[in-house]
Design a protein. Sequence first.
Length: 237
Amino acid sequence: MEPMEPRVIFTSGMATGGKTTVAKELAQRIPNAVYLGRDDTMYGGLLLVNNIVNPTDRLPPFEEYVREDTVFPDFAKEVETPFGPMTLVIHANRNAFYIRHANKQSYMVTARLAQRNLEMGKVIVIDAYFGPEQFEQGNVKAFIDQPAFAAYPRYLIYFNVEARVAFERWKARADEDPESNLRASSGYLEWETFLEITEKRQVPNPKGLDTIPHLRLDTSHLSIEESVAACFQYIRS
């Protein structure tokens, strides 16, 4: 495949709809593409320093810093990094720390990386879940239309999937998902609670979506190859 002129491709939509799988396929098949996963940015930004080698009066030890902070999450674990042990905050339960400190900021970090790569002639594939409230409040439209992207063609692909198919896909990948136990505790792996969650967070046609040019793609009965082909037809138009 020949390289494409710089452009921005946004994938969003319902969980297990295939947005990440297809986004990666698009990035692999376009020679000058760069894949930017918003979750990757978010998890990078949710690493908290545990031990400060040279503490100052303004930067107390981590334990003291969070002792009285009720927003500190209950889903966290210590991980090793090149800079020593750090605390990784896991967002599966949408804890208060994630909502306040990481959710919206992660989009802006991703946008900055996209801007720099666009300037170097890249096609940007942004794999980002946008929630129903972000569509309804106009945040998604504003994000796509921001000045950093204004000079380039932009394509939003919104992935849909039937509820029963989505549930079966969740269960099928649960054993390989490192957050499966957290998602289970949040209700994703029980049919009744899954329906309650998806009705609020996984909306097939969120208010505000129709104000943005987009491709709505239902992958319930499509193969990956068929989904990729439909996306290429759209972004070449």
